[in-house]
Design a protein around this ligand. Structure first.
Ligand code: SF4
Length: 366
């Protein structure tokens, strides 16, 4: 089946005002001369990738709010021309590099969703994470965004990092809930090779403790009406991130910028992580043509992250055969262990299955 044309655009801004010790994203310290040149090449890449109009735009990083006001205006005025009427326009920001005047620019150019890197409310935890804001500033930015009319706000939240106590976690739960934002993304610390944490041999909390912290957090959010709609993402009704749903529903998208990736249905491309190469216009690093087994793996890998799973009719339309004709036996095994279920024509992970997603996927691919 031919998939629709990409309707989502991801734009990577690799600049940060400081580097966090656990970070594995494509990022560099902000330098104005690089930022100016980068924006020029970003527009060039958008033209070469034939970017038209999209239903969702997502500016991520790095730290997009690390750009100067002039650079931010340049970027947003360019991107706003690529947004369809009624589209979702998201931007990631850090509390310390956002400001009232930058928020005014977001509003002016139609950004209608902001994801703030809050991470924790506990000063010692923020220090451990190498963050240089405090939670009062997070609260202040949330207020400023709302005053400017941007109410679709998400907070990034980390848990399960070294030295975090249960009391710290409880404090975070109270603080994050007190801001009443409609979307929360909660991630446990993953020690990626090559990061400063990994080099120093920092150890995260044990898997059991991380799981127990996650359950505490998940239950507290559920009580306040947040729905866990994806492994790490929680939303009040009507506030799921439309852009990220494109990824999780395995639909095509275009990505531009350093380290960005794009999925065009039958192929996937990945851009260079080297700013130097990007600034020479050599942006694309790899193109992978996807055979049926890769397409199936990607389909499960993404859709089973969603609590609603996927419709069997969608699966059949996409692959030309029914899920049960190839996977019934594996489904039965996973279902008997309480990890997968079939409900109202959909295949989905149970709550336990979501927590053991790697196991589910391995057994499906087996
Ligand atoms: S975690 Fe975010 S702010 Fe920190 S270095 Fe990575 S991209 Fe930059």
């Amino acid at each position: 089946m031919t998939l629709p044309k990409p309707d989502s655009l991801y734009v990577h801004i690799p600049f940060c005002t400081h580097i966090c010790p656990y970070c594995d994203f494509a990022k560099v310290l902000y330098r104005p001369e690089w930022a100016k040149a980068y924006l020029k090449w970003l527009k060039e890449e958008a033209a070469q990738r034939d970017c038209g109009l999209f239903s969702t735009l997502f500016v991520g990083g790095g730290t997009p709010s690390a750009l100067s006001e002039e650079e931010l205006e340049d970027l947003l005025s360019f991107l706003s021309k690529h947004l369809k009427e009624g589209g979702e326009f998201s931007l990631e920001a850090n509390p310390e590099s956002l400001s009232e005047s930058k928020i005014a620019l977001l509003r002016k150019y139609g950004v209608n969703r902001v994801s703030l890197g809050a991470q924790s409310s506990v000063p010692a935890s923020l220090k451990t994470l190498g963050r240089n804001h405090d939670f009062a500033l997070v609260a202040e930015r949330v207020r400023q965004l709302r005053d400017a009319g941007i109410t679709n706000i998400s907070l990034d939240w980390m848990y399960g990092f070294p030295s975090q106590s249960e009391e710290d976690l409880r404090q975070d739960i109270d603080a994050f809930l007190s801001l009443k934002v409609p979307h929360l993304s909660a991630y446990s610390l993953i020690l990626e090779p090559g990061t400063s944490y990994a080099v120093k041999g920092v150890k995260p909390l044990s898997d059991d403790m991380q799981q127990s912290y996650f359950e505490t957090l998940r239950d507290a959010l559920a009580q306040e009406g947040y729905e866990r709609y994806e492994v790490s993402n929680f939303a009040l009704s009507g506030y799921r991130c439309r852009h990220n749903l494109t990824y999780w529903k395995d639909l095509p998208y275009i990505g531009i910028g350093v380290g960005a990736a794009g999925y065009l249905g039958e192929s996937r491309y990945t851009n260079t992580r080297s700013l130097g190469l990007y600034l020479e216009g050599r942006y694309e690093e790899e193109v992978e043509h996807l055979d049926e087994s890769s397409l199936l793996e990607d389909y499960f890998l993404t859709n089973l992250r969603l609590t609603e799973g996927f419709k069997e009719s969608d699966f059949k339309q996409r692959f030309g055969f029914s899920f049960s004709s190839r996977y019934q036996e594996r489904f039965d095994r996973l279902s008997s262990r309480g990890l997968l279920e079939q409900k109202q024509g959909s295949i989905r992970t149970t709550s336990r299955g979501l927590d053991l997603l790697d196991t589910v996927l391995l057994e499906l691919f087996d």
